[in-house]
Design a protein around this ligand. Structure first.
Ligand code: MSP
Length: 522
């Protein structure tokens, strides 16, 4: 069996409900997976929740709850529903509190311990609970406001805590050379390029061993260290392992081999080092291959800062989908922000693009074309005759859009892929304006030409439905139903096998409701 294309999202802390920054990561990973599924690569998307550690524990206690009830409630009420809100088609959802995960984490730890990669030592340093990370002095900045005069975490703007404990350490320092070799041998292991450069120079500057346990004297919301149950596993060590515990590490070797190594691991740039440094080193220590690629995307910013619930700048995804729908959410964030760069969200920009690009650009093209087939050909896709230069031009734009979008998706340049596909939306709109089918419809002499023009427009739309299915699954399904009906499944249409002329003349078109209805001013 050929290996399936395997994509992962980070697993999310369940200390609060999701905001659109979290949804952004999910949508990107989902679009990538759906695209590869449409290439016939048996794609598999994993997402889930990161439930252990001090941050989640403190939030649970702060809310007069215990961590188990707290995480159960938040996962069921907020994180699983998020997947519906933004239309994520994941194959699995892992919670780090699940037995399958805990057992496999312990196996992994024991294996590294037996191989001599783990030792006991004492630790002293700064810890940011928000990041669940040990911080170097260079990671800290001067605090302001209530924290003026203190050094604070650059991400959370809150003071770090002094830790002084006896812990178990992972010999990360031994992996400096193997990691540098990996970055050289696989130059696209970390992407985008700016992220790669940052990681390479970080590793070049030297690696310290990593504390991977916490004493239960401090707190015990985590997975026991198998050979010393007075310690629990450091939350990041536990969390990173979800990518293999969910797919059978230590339990189902065949499944593991079918999926691992992951093809693309999507992460926000704030957690890049964990994924591009610590994670591949852990895997190497266990004799497993590193993932093929870790892609660090940018942040959604509010007022120039990372959007976050703790800074009260989070926007709930359904605030947007309730008004514009999930397709528009997915389209907007994937198209408007270069994948890998930071971007700002604004209601004005979203609303303007919704109207111009989705309602007037794509939606109107679809409804006009179907309406004209209905009116002029009794709802039957007409047969084309000899193509003119203009018709040939549409065909070549369509095929180039498919090829260029696929090439962009291979580089995980999602925004570029959509821009390439949009050349076909623009071409078709222009084609209809120039060909004026409503004028051709006035005379019997131009009936043959009218048939060719409407066939060309409808076939262009069929290709658009296939190419946009991964970004806008709902609108494209409606369009597919109207054009092709049940004769074939949209999900089965292979991007790599797209050719002109797939739409059968004589097919009865169905009704098409407005794909992107007018949004009333709120
Ligand atoms: N639990 C860890 C990840 C462990 S993976 C083994 C974590 N969780 S998180 O909930 O804080 O963040 C999850 C993801 O959401 C990260 O990729 C993070 O970058 C992303 N985002 C959180 N806020 C974001 C924005 N404002 N903008 C874009 N992505 C954001 O880190």
């Amino acid at each position: 069996m050929p290996k399936s294309f395997y994509v992962t999202t980070p697993i999310f802390y369940v200390n609060d409900a999701p905001h659109i920054g979290h949804a952004y990561t999910e949508v990107a990973a989902d679009v990538i997976t759906r695209w590869h599924r449409q290439r016939g690569e048996g794609a598999f998307l994993l997402t889930g929740t990161d439930e252990h550690g001090e941050k989640v524990l403190r939030t649970a206690i702060g809310n007069n709850s215990d961590p188990k009830s707290w995480t159960d409630r938040l996962v069921n009420d907020s994180w699983l529903p998020l997947l519906e809100t933004i239309d994520i088609a994941n194959q699995d959802f892992i919670r780090t509190t699940e037995e399958r995960h805990k057992v496999a984490v312990q196996k992994f730890l024991q294996q590294l311990y037996d191989a001599g990669y783990i030792y006991q030592g004492s630790f002293q340093g700064n810890y940011c609970v928000g990041c669940e990370e040990y911080k170097n002095e260079s990671d800290l900045i001067d605090g302001s406001g209530e924290f003026a005069g203190q050094r604070v975490c650059a991400i959370h703007s809150k003071p770090v805590e002094q830790l002084n404990e006896t812990n178990y350490f992972f010999k990360l320092s031994e992996f400096q050379k193997p990691l540098l070799d990996l970055y050289e041998k696989n130059p696209t292991f970390v992407q985008p390029e700016s992220a790669r450069n940052e990681v390479v120079s970080f590793v070049r500057s030297g690696l310290s061993d990593l504390s991977i346990s916490r004493s239960k004297e401090r707190f015990d919301w985590g997975i026991d260290i198998p050979w010393d149950t007075s310690h629990i596993t450091y939350v990041w060590f536990d969390a990173l392992l979800n990518y293999i515990t969910a797919i059978g590490f230590g339990a189902d070797q065949q499944k593991l081999e079918n999926l691992w190594p992951a093809d693309v691991q999507v992460v926000g740039k704030d957690i890049l080092r964990f994924h591009a440094v610590i994670w591949p080193a852990m895997l190497m220590a266990a004799g497993l291959e590193p993932p093929k690629q870790v892609f660090g995307h940018g942040w959604l910013l509010v007022g120039g800062e990372k959007m976050s619930k703790s800074k009260l700048t989070g926007i709930a995804p359904n605030e947007i989908t309730d008004v514009f729908g999930s397709d528009a959410f997915r389209y907007y964030f994937m198209k408007a922000i270069g994948f890998g760069s930071d971007g700002s969200f604004s209601w004005e920009d979203l609303s303007a693009r919704y109207t111009a690009e989705l309602a007037n650009g794509f939606g109107n093209l679809a409804s006009r074309t179907i309406a004209m087939v209905t009116r002029y050909f009794d709802g039957e896709i007409p047969a084309p005759s000899q193509p003119s230069d203009a018709d040939n031009q549409v065909q070549s734009v369509a095929l180039a859009a498919a090829k260029d979008a696929d090439a962009a998706m291979q580089r995980v340049a999602i925004h570029e892929a959509i821009a390439k596909i949009w050349t076909l939306v623009d071409e078709l709109n222009n084609y209809i304006t120039v060909q004026e089918p409503w004028v051709l419809a006035k005379s019997d002499e131009t009936r043959e030409r009218l048939a060719t023009v409407l066939y060309t427009a409808a076939e262009g739309l069929r290709i658009l439905a296939v190419l946009l299915a991964s970004v806008m699954p709902q609108a494209t399904e409606k369009l597919w139903q109207a054009l092709v009906g049940n004769a074939a499944e949209l999900a089965d249409q292979k991007i790599t096998e797209l050719s002109w002329g797939g739409l059968e003349s004589g097919t009865k078109v169905g009704e098409l409701e407005a794909l992107f209805p007018r949004v009333e001013e709120k």
